[in-house]
Write a protein that binds this ligand. Structure first.
Ligand code: ADP
Length: 485
């Protein structure tokens, strides 16, 4: 079998995307009140490329004082400018951000890939276009809030503190900022410490779009900076995407205050393949669901459930497809799987691979997959024979690691898919529409994809159940968390 696979694994010549047009400054200050301000902390920290391990830039570390300056700027901007503007006027600014993002999309894609490690194909064809689409979409709502919520007199909340993770740095910033501005709020946003660069580029775009000073403030720092944002008394709304552990801390910190909160946390999605599914498409969907993007997606389809009659064929085809996946330089246009975001994350994934093997599961990794010597990379990995209780099938790994379980009946797979603390997303592969409708009503997941996976659109809401958080982002639903009635 190996020889057959070797025969059809093509070798591609390197096709790296040019990076000379990507302007990364040596050092970034904090973007507060429409200006680049030195941090009161006087401290800076480095952002590294996970694929080359080189230092790309250094960014300011905001302390409590800096957070206070940013929140004060956002409050002043809210009172002085933003709440006085009509929805149509706000929309003009938001449209402008979307257009400048489009114009600078190539540069943004390259920097996203350099700073975060994801393949250029993903950042160029998905992250950046979807981020600017978010601004376009929410610009359209800014002057229609009274039609979206008739007779309810929707009002902005005030200052929104927004904290985002490293897996979709620019897209998460867009998910957070666009609805906040459309609904008339002002913003203080903090990107993750390992991927701050595209958010800082967005600050440049906001300058270029000539937003009134203080409407959007972008500050950088670690968890402590995030905690200072959460605890600031003049913040009206907190929007957080990240780990379930930090989400719980934030929920505790906010308890008893008047702050409105949305949390988008971890996931461990079930991807369910029935015997009547189109198998080749399903295999492609499985690969897309967990391996592309290094499994750095909270909605990654990391638990595969296959109906017994097709288990052998699905596993065979999946292994064959895994043999063709290219892991390597994320700037190369042929790369399927880029770098793991950080050394710590790679260590976490590696420890789970060890746990799976110790649990007695069969681990498949392609023998054709060769990892670059430098940088943080992981082979796509498949655990066959997982039990419902296997740790690798229960805990969020956030890497290119897939477990396979088999099932016989619909009832059994619903029970197994739901028996997990998370509930962010799921996938269903079947020829029968009735089965899809049956499952979508019974799976406890915020999003259920049918015969596809990881499809996103600004018009459709996204969010979780149970320990995956609460509140929705995207679509009309995404306006709610930023309004009072
Ligand atoms: P991940 O495991 O994906 O890195 P984290 O939840 O640790 O997720 O980080 C997501 C974001 O939350 C990052 O921007 C991080 O700096 C921030 N963060 C970490 N700890 C805290 C905290 N205690 N309070 C607020 N924000 C935090």
């Amino acid at each position: 079998m190996d020889n057959v696979n070797a025969a059809f694994k093509w070798e591609y010549a390197p096709a790296p995307e040019a990076k000379d047009h990507a302007r990364i400054k040596k050092q970034y200050d904090l973007f507060i009140n429409g200006q680049w301000q030195k941090p009161a902390s006087k401290k800076y920290f480095a952002s590294f490329s996970p694929s080359t391990e080189e230092k790309l830039s250094e960014v300011a570390e905001a302390n409590e004082k800096d957070v206070n300056t940013a929140v004060t700027a956002a409050r002043t901007a809210y009172d002085k400018y933003w709440k006085k503007l009509s929805g149509a006027e706000r929309a003009k600014y938001i449209f402008r951000i979307a257009r400048v993002m489009q114009e600078r999309s190539r540069e943004l894609a390259v920097i996203e890939t350099m700073d975060g490690g994801k393949p250029i194909r993903e950042s160029r064809d998905f992250d950046i276009p979807t981020a600017s689409n978010h601004f376009f979409y929410y610009a359209g709502w800014a002057d229609k809030l009274n039609y979206a919520f008739p007779n309810r007199n929707p009002q902005a909340l005030g200052v929104a503190a927004q904290i985002i993770p490293w897996n979709f740095p620019l897209l998460m910033a867009a998910w957070k900022i666009a609805p906040a501005l459309a609904t008339g709020n002002t913003v203080v946003l903090k990107p993750a410490e390992s991927t701050p660069l595209t958010a800082l580029k967005l600050a440049e775009i906001i300058e270029e779009a000539d937003l009134p000073p203080g409407v959007v403030n972008i500050i950088t720092g670690f968890g402590k900076t995030g905690a200072a944002m959460v605890n600031h008394p003049d913040v009206n709304k907190i929007a957080f995407t990240g780990s379930t552990d930090v989400g719980k801390l934030i929920q505790k910190a906010v308890a008893g205050t008047n702050k409105k909160l949305t949390l988008e946390l971890g996931g461990k999605a079930a991807n369910i393949v029935f015997e009547d599914a189109p198998i080749d498409q399903a295999v492609e969907g499985i690969v897309n669901g967990i391996f592309f993007n290094q499994g750095h997606v909270c909605c990654a389809g990391s638990r595969l459930f296959v109906q017994e009659g097709v288990a052998d064929v699905v596993i065979r085809k999946l292994k064959e497809r895994m043999d063709t996946l290219i892991v390597g330089d994320p700037l190369d246009k042929n790369t399927d799987i880029g770098a793991i975001n950080s050394k710590e994350q790679l260590e976490k994934i590696t420890s789970y691979l060890k746990i799976g093997v110790e649990e007695g599961l069969e681990l498949y990794q392609s023998s054709h997959c060769h990892l670059p010597k430098k940088g943080f990379f992981c082979k796509p990995s498949l655990f066959i024979g997982a039990a419902q209780s296997s740790r690798v099938a229960q805990e969020e790994i956030f890497g290119p690691v897939l477990t396979i379980q088999t099932f016989r009946t619909i009832e059994e797979v619903i029970e197994k898919a739901n028996n997990i603390p998370y509930g962010l997303s799921a996938g269903v592969w079947t020829d029968k529409g009735s089965k899809i409708f049956n499952l979508t009503t019974k799976l406890r997941a915020g999003v259920v994809w049918a015969n596809t996976y990881n499809k996103f659109d600004p018009t459709s809401p996204f969010g979780g159940y149970k320990e995956s958080g609460f509140g929705r982002e995207g679509g009309l639903h995404g306006l709610h968390p930023y309004l009072r009635f």
